[in-house]
Design a protein around this ligand. Structure first.
Ligand SMILES: Cc1cc2nc3c(=O)[nH]c(=O)nc-3n(C[C@H](O)[C@H](O)[C@H](O)COP(=O)(O)OP(=O)(O)OC[C@H]3O[C@@H](n4cnc5c(N)ncnc54)[C@H](O)[C@@H]3O)c2cc1C
Ligand code: SF4
Length: 526
């Protein structure tokens, strides 16, 4: 694909930092409106089909798909006992990755923790430094927020309402759906608005059984709402429709791009306009400011491979380097006019840091499926989603907000249940007999935004490019319920049936733990 070279003498209409979901969308929208855009990406452009290999059999891969022996991905226990920067204690491993980088397919996508250190409190920070960022590995669950999220303060008194409501943003969700392609089923739930769905995937036997059981309790289990095009996207020649092939969940990627990723979904079509200049291996270290106007004027960046420094100018600078990297860049962009960093007159940059907790999960067995013939359940972009059911009509006295579950069942390439004790022929028979009958799900809940959860710049530690590292001050907190007054706990979960409360209030350390549905799916089938 022909693309213009970066012109350092030119003033671009816009300079975009980062090529993930946000940067890709900005590049697409601006170039289709005729603006001359420069997109700077810190990571490489990977030959992504070769990385993802979703049709590869495990026995065709060295180490059966695991990382090479000189590489290590940080485990749950290691996150618990080690403090960042992660590196000391892992001397035997040349390359060190976050927990998500535990497969051979991820090793060039997620960052090497040694080159990209951070400090402070324990945290499992997953970063993908390559063209497309985390869209290369996302789980593709594509949900809409609702006024239960935007106007949550009206319901429970905690925090602030968003300045927008669902009706403001719904037309934009509709537009995004047409780029993404979303598979799912309409449910007409006010707390989980429907998207413009394409053909849904099918629930399998155990999932339908669970769905029916939950329905009696007034809870809604629906097909996984995946950012995957099942009907195809006529306007995009870089993406194929989903053929339901390959071990979709095994690596998180789709090498025919039925699953949305920023390069094929947004950036390549933007390049076809002739208005986009893309420069990969370009680590932005500072946003420059015009002292006369006080406005952003461009960026300083370093070539990630040659270490050479450059400056480029833009009428507008769009910071789309991901939530935390964007905060880091704003804090790094100190000037006489802005001694606390750019866009930080409020002092809130880096603060109110929150994300979703994930991990607590349950697994069970559909007894009547034991011993039944295997079904072909690989090749689905997801199993099911169990929608939020707490604090919708009632007010739980112990906590505010809510949580949902992702899960699945069925047979997969690597059978479920191999962690049980056993040996030889009888062990294999037992595994075969049970493998399609397991069903499991993992919870995802909201962490409340608090000023005292924040990131700032570490005064000492720097990354490979000499840029100050981010320092975390992050803790999952719990406040006892003050009846009727809000401030009733961090996130969701009451411990009745899902264990989320135990997880939130009692377990220290990084919060991505216990059952990660993607890991769970990898070992237990979808
Ligand atoms: C394993 C995993 C599963 C997920 N599953 C889901 C899911 O099911 N549903 C969902 O909605 N979300 C999911 N997410 C979250 C989702 O992927 C992210 O929210 C989204 O991709 C963020 O987009 P972004 O553009 O803000 O950041 P990113 O995609 O991270 O892109 C930022 C880009 O900026 C680049 N960059 C960073 N610093 C610099 C710099 N200084 N100079 C130049 N470039 C820089 C990075 O290299 C990167 O390419 C998942 C994330 C992960 C990691
Ligand atoms: S099941 Fe669909 S989305 Fe998943 S890897 Fe296969 S084609 Fe891609």
């Amino acid at each position: 694909m022909a693309q213009p070279e970066v012109d350092l003498t030119k003033k671009y209409d816009a300079v975009i930092i980062g090529s993930g979901a946000a940067g890709g969308m900005a590049a697409h929208v601006l170039t289709t409106h005729g603006l001359q855009v420069l997109l700077l990406e810190a990571g490489k452009k990977l030959d992504i089909e070769k990385e993802l290999r979703s049709m590869q059999w495990p026995y065709d891969n060295a180490h059966r798909g695991a990382l090479p022996p000189d590489s290590h991905s940080i485990s749950f226990n290691e996150y618990t006992i080690r403090r960042p920067p992660y590196g000391p204690g892992f001397e035997k491993s040349k390359n060190l990755y976050s927990y998500i980088g535990n497969s051979d397919c991820m090793k060039n996508i997620v960052v090497n923790e040694r080159e990209n250190p951070f400090t402070g409190t324990n945290y499992a920070w997953v970063r993908a430094r390559c063209l497309g960022g985390k869209t290369n590995i996302w789980g593709r669950l594509a949900l809409r927020l609702s006024d239960y999220d935007f106007k949550a303060k009206d319901r429970d008194g905690f925090g602030e309402n968003w300045p927008i409501s669902y009706s403001d943003i719904a037309p934009y969700y509709d537009k995004v759906d047409l780029y993404l392609g979303i598979t799912g089923v309409k449910e007409n739930l006010p707390y989980l608005p429907d998207s413009l769905f394409q053909r849904p995937t099918k629930l399998n036997c155990a999932e339908v059984t669970l769905q029916q059981g939950l329905k009696k309790m007034g809870r809604v289990l629906t097909q996984y709402r995946a950012g995957v095009t099942t009907d195809g996207l006529k306007h995009n020649k870089y993406r194929s429709r989903c053929y339901g092939r390959g071990a979709c969940e095994r690596k998180g990627g789709c090498d025919i791009h039925a699953a949305f990723d920023s390069p094929t979904g947004l950036i390549y079509p933007a390049m076809d306009t002739g208005n986009l200049t893309l420069r990969t291996n370009s680590t932005v270290r500072e946003i420059t400011v015009d002292p006369a106007t006080g406005r952003a004027s461009g960026v300083h960046f370093t070539d990630s491979q040659t270490m050479k420094d450059y400056t480029v100018r833009g009428k507008v600078v769009i910071v789309a380097a991901s939530t935390l990297e964007s905060a880091r860049l704003l804090l790094l962009s100190k000037s006489r006019l802005y001694p606390n960093g750019l866009a930080n007159s409020s002092g809130h940059v880096g603060h109110n840091f929150c994300e979703h907790v994930m991990g607590p999960g349950v697994a069970g067995q559909a007894k009547d499926l034991v011993g039944k013939p295997s079904t072909l359940d690989d090749g689905r972009p997801g199993g099911f989603y169990l929608a939020r059911f707490r604090n919708l009509t009632e007010k739980n006295p112990n906590f505010i907000r809510g949580y949902g579950f992702e899960g699945g069942s069925g047979s997969s390439m690597f059978p479920a249940g191999t962690d049980q004790p056993g040996f030889g022929a009888s062990f294999k028979e037992e595994i075969r007999k049970n493998q399609g009958s397991y069903i499991g799900m993992g919870a995802f809940g909201e962490v409340l935004a608090r000023y005292e959860n924040y990131v700032d710049l570490d005064p000492v530690v720097k990354d490979k490019w000499g840029v100050p590292a981010l320092r975390f001050h992050y803790k999952i907190r719990r406040e006892r319920a003050q009846h009727g007054q809000g401030h009733e706990g961090d996130g969701a979960g009451d411990g009745r049936g899902c264990g989320l409360q135990d997880y939130l209030c009692e377990r220290p350390g990084p919060h991505r733990r216990m059952v990660d549905p993607r890991t769970w799916n990898r070992t237990h089938g979808k």
